[in-house]
Design a protein around this ligand. Structure first.
Ligand code: DAT
Ligand code: MG
Length: 159
């Protein structure tokens, strides 16, 4: 008999706490905001990115004047890389994160509350569906992504 399992994968996004966030002891604060919102954590690891990984991750910015400094910064120490899952998680994570320039980011957002400088803005989040898929594949192996259901799932998401 053939058992056929169809796994419905809801939207996922890639989020990374940058070296400044890790050095400043903000990992718990930042993780907590995504947890409290109700999104599901499906992958988490700490690593110091290689230059190759950083350059690929920020490839769209390769020609920008800040690119070299950005790669130096992101490879300077441990990063906490995550995948969060849930309906609308890509756009919602960007809202939780706030604008790129922390001084312009709204209070209540991660960057608005926890950062000052554009080059030290504590967190990265994918900016769209294709970017999210690209970045998840770049930072994680398939077997690092956990398929699970929160015990209180029905209290978060209407059945
Ligand atoms: P975001 O991280 O909000 O998606 P982005 O993709 O435009 O922003 O840029 C990637 C990162 O590069 C950003 O988080 C911080 C850095 N960066 C962007 N613009 C910069 C600038 N003008 N000077 C220095 N760093 C900059
Ligand atoms: Mg970006």
């Amino acid at each position: 008999m053939l058992d056929l399992f169809i796994v419905m994968v809801t939207e996922r996004t890639f989020v990374a706490i940058k070296p400044d966030g890790v050095q400043r002891g903000l990992v718990g604060e930042i993780l907590g905001r995504f947890e409290r919102k109700g999104f599901k954590l499906v992958a988490l690891k700490q690593l110091t990115p290689s230059r190759a990984l950083a350059e690929e991750h920020y490839g769209v910015h390769r020609e920008r004047p800040f690119f070299a400094g950005l790669v130096d910064f992101i490879t300077s120490g441990p990063v906490v890389a995550m995948v969060w899952e849930g309906e609308g998680v890509i756009a919602s994570a960007r809202k939780l994160i706030g604008g790129t320039k922390p001084l312009d980011a709204e209070p209540g957002t991660i960057r608005g509350d926890l950062a000052i400088n554009i080059g030290r803005n504590v967190i990265h989040g994918s900016d769209g569906l294709e970017t999210a898929q690209f970045e998840i594949n770049l930072w994680f192996e398939v077997d690092e992504l956990n398929i699970w259901t929160e015990s209180d799932h029905h209290w978060r998401v209407e059945a």
